[in-house]
Design a protein around this ligand. Structure first.
Ligand code: ADP
Length: 749
């Protein structure tokens, strides 16, 4: 049993050992399998890495090749760059941010030829110092230190302008230095010797040409002048000869001498003008002038020519544009004569209109004046608009050739307009007409008393059958503060003559002759002044007693002058007291009124005398102050109704005196009108003077009519009429006023 057990135990043990062995074997097998799998993946990775390494090797060698190529390209580019920099004649250098030279081409270094120190590594300040000390750069009048300081200051500035320096060998170098973004400075030294020499030669040549031109112009000017003198004698004598008794043939000879002489004189005048302009000898003589009158004068001169051809010459002067300007009236007339003369010359039928408008500038102190001369003539072919402004240039065609002329007129006109600071142009349609225009700025001068109508004229009857003329007239009169009543024919006005202060009647009415109209008015006992508008200067004007004639085109100044010359017969237009004076039945009431008090401050005794004479006929109390201080004192003691104040007086002048009077008035609340009397008639004077508290402005020489007009306007209601009263002679009321109005005595001042 025991053996059986032992055997069983042994068998069990063996079986267990066998099982364990099996187990271990299985584990070993599993481990072995894993190991071989891992080995497999490792060997795969090794193959991959090996392939990668292989690839990298190829890449690496390719990169190295590329790098070699790039390096050699850089070397080539650098060599080429330097070859180029070496080839150019201009200097080139680069400095690092601490201003140390990094590189420079031979041209740059050559300037410092013998100086070994000038090479890469040297500082810019050392280069400048060496250049100055060794005399490489011409430093002119500057001290060495100052020159170096200036050069280094320029170098260090944020931005630097190119600088031209002259070298010891008379070469010129233009230094252009620019700092790059990384702080390096690139410096170029451009050799501009050739350019400078060329400029010098050009300058010399230009100077020579200009002197030759000046000499030519001076010669022309002298010759023209020399020729003109005997020519005047010839033309003058021919004129005289023409007035003697001559037979038909002799008259023809003399007329030919006259017309040829005149043509030659015109030509010489043109040449003289042109050469003067070229030689810059022509200077303008600015003075106060009336532009409207200037145009009118030119029109009057050209009217006979225009009338011969049946052309109407019309002025359309903007009613709101002042007429008095500062300019050269003689030269303005020359420009206008040329343009309007050409318009008349090149027009066979139709009209020539001169239009003037202006745009205020500098707050109205000056005007941009536009003048255009429009015609219905032959016109200018396309493409010739600029050509005709050239000297001796004309439109060369059949139609043009028959007109006389030199072709200098427009050239001179353009030069004159430009000399006056203006521009000139032309618009034209061939066969239809041309419009020449020019514009320029001119300072405005306050309207003169000439351009104001007398205060007593308020209503005028205009008898005019041409509607356009009537329109312009009523605009013109409205601008003067006068109401115009228009009558289209004589009949309508004669039916019921209106109560106006003046009649303005056209010489040519459709229904009646002018003489008949005036006779009818006189028969109707019309007392108003009568003005007849004649067709134009040179045209036959009516000669009727007591009738004034004005010529078309009507100019404001002429119209005002004619109105001022009228006798103020229409009493209803005078200030109330004057007009009521003669009708007042109660003389005691009249006697109770005081006389108007007038203070005139004037330091000049002669002017006092003349002023006294001007107002002598008036029934006023006149006191003179000999200076500004006296004027202030008299203002308080005399208590004037009106003050005439001279501006230039010793010690206290008129402006100061008025200021002080206004200070006194600030307490009393009064305001006495103060009228400036001054010889300062330039632009801006009026505004300046009035800014000191004066109310009105009169320029010397004073006009009697203007003074009396002002007195009438300022006449206070509580004063006696300014003219002496006499119930027995009521007409004396306005005798003085009439006298004053009619006369335009002038005093100097
Ligand atoms: P001129 O009249 O003496 O010939 P200008 O210089 O005044 O010289 O004018 C030059 C030319 O311009 C004239 O010859 C003419 O051909 C042309 N021209 C000038 N004004 C006019 C105009 N209003 N209408 C037509 N042509 C004109």
């Amino acid at each position: 049993m025991e053996d059986f057990d032992t055997l069983a135990q042994e068998r069990r043990a063996r079986l267990a050992a066998e099982r364990l062995l099996e187990l271990k074997q299985a584990e070993l097998y599993e481990a072995n399998r894993k190991l071989s799998k891992h080995a497999l993946s490792l060997s795969g990775e090794i193959i991959e890495k090996r392939q990668e390494a292989e690839h990298l090797k190829v890449e690496n060698s390719r990169t190295r090749e590329d790098l070699d190529k790039a390096n050699s390209a850089i070397v080539i580019a650098e060599r080429r760059l330097w070859d180029s920099l070496e080839t150019i004649q201009d200097g080139f250098a680069v400095f690092d941010p601490s201003d140390t030279m990094i590189a420079a081409n031979s041209a740059y270094l050559r300037v410092f030829d013998d100086l070994e120190d000038v090479k890469p590594g040297i500082s810019y300040s050392d280069i400048v110092r060496l250049a100055v000390e060794e005399g490489i750069i011409d430093i002119g009048d500057m001290s060495r230190e100052a020159y170096i300081e200036a050069a280094l200051t320029r170098w260090r500035a944020a931005t630097r302008e190119p600088q031209t320096v002259r070298l010891w060998n008379n070469q010129y170098v233009k230094l252009v230095d620019r700092r790059s973004r990384d702080g390096d400075m690139v410096s170029l030294g451009l050799n501009i010797t050739g350019t400078i020499r060329y400029e010098e030669r050009l300058k010399k040549a230009r100077y020579k040409a200009e002197s030759a031109n000046r000499a030519k112009s001076a010669f022309l000017a002298n010759m023209s002048h020399e020729i003109r003198t005997p020519m005047n004698g010839m033309v003058g004598m021919a004129d005289l000869l023409a007035e003697t008794s001559l037979d038909k043939e002799q008259r023809l000879f003399v007329e030919t001498i006259k017309s040829s002489g005149t043509a030659l004189l015109n030509l010489i005048n043109d040449v003289l003008d042109y050469s003067k302009i070229e030689a810059s000898k022509l200077v303008l003589n600015p003075e106060v002038f009336d532009l409207e009158k200037c145009i009118h004068d030119v029109i009057v001169l050209l009217q006979p020519n225009a009338a011969q051809k049946g052309l109407s010459l019309i002025i359309d002067y903007d009613m709101f544009l002042p007429t008095r300007f500062v300019g050269d009236p003689g030269r303005m007339r020359q420009v206008l004569t040329n343009l309007i003369g050409n318009a008349v010359k090149f027009t066979h039928e139709g009209h020539v209109i001169v239009r003037v408008v202006g745009v205020p500038e500098k707050g109205g102190l000056s005007q941009r004046v536009h003048v255009s001369v429009e015609d219905t003539g032959i016109g200018i072919p396309k493409g010739f608009e600029n050509h005709i402004f050239g000297e001796f240039n004309q439109v060369e065609d059949d139609r043009n050739r028959k007109f006389e002329g030199t072709g200098l007129g427009l050239a001179i006109t353009r030069e004159l307009v430009q000399l006056m600071g203006g521009e000139i142009w032309v618009d034209s349609v061939e066969g239809e007409g041309s419009c020449f225009g020019f514009c320029m700025s001119m300072d405005v001068v306050g309207e003169s008393a000439d351009n104001r109508a007398p205060a007593w004229i308020k209503d005028i009857a205009v008898v005019e059958s041409v509607e356009a003329h009537a329109d312009i007239l009523s605009k013109q009169l409205a601008a003067l503060g006068i109401k115009a009543t228009i009558f289209a024919d004589a009949k309508s006005v004669l039916e019921n003559p209106p109560a106006v202060q003046a009649y303005l009647i056209s010489q040519h009415l459709e229904d009646l002759e002018i003489e008949e109209v005036i006779a009818a008015l006189k028969a109707a006992e019309v007392k108003a002044g009568i003005l007849v508008m004649a067709a134009g200067m040179g045209m036959k004007a009516p000669d009727i007693p007591d009738v004034h004639v004005v010529h078309r085109p009507l100019v404001r100044a002429e119209l005002c002058r004619a109105l001022a010359a009228l006798e103020p017969v229409e009493i209803s237009a005078l200030p109330p007291l004057v007009l009521e004076g003669p009708q007042m039945p109660d003389t005691t009431k009249k006697a109770g009124l005081r006389r108007m008090r007038i203070l005139a401050a004037e330091d000049n005794k002669t002017n006092q005398l003349v002023f006294g004479k001007m107002v002598k006929a008036l029934d006023v109390e006149l006191v003179f102050a000999n200076n500004g201080q006296e004027a202030i004192d008299l203002y308080q003691s005399f208590d004037p109704d009106l003050v005439f104040m001279d501006i230039s007086m010793p010690e206290v002048d008129g402006k100061e005196a008025t200021r002080r009077i206004r200070e006194i008035e600030a307490q009393t609340g009064r305001h006495v009108p103060v009228v400036a009397m001054t010889a300062h008639a330039m632009t801006g004077d009026e505004e300046e003077i009035l800014s000191h508290g004066l109310d009105h402005y009169m320029t010397k020489p004073l006009r009697k009519a203007a003074i009396i007009d002002r007195i009438l306007m300022e006449h206070p209601a509580e004063c006696k009429p300014v003219a002496p009263m006499d119930d027995d002679a009521p007409s004396a009321v306005d005798t003085a006023v009439r006298e004053a109005m009619a006369e335009a005595t002038q005093i100097g001042g």
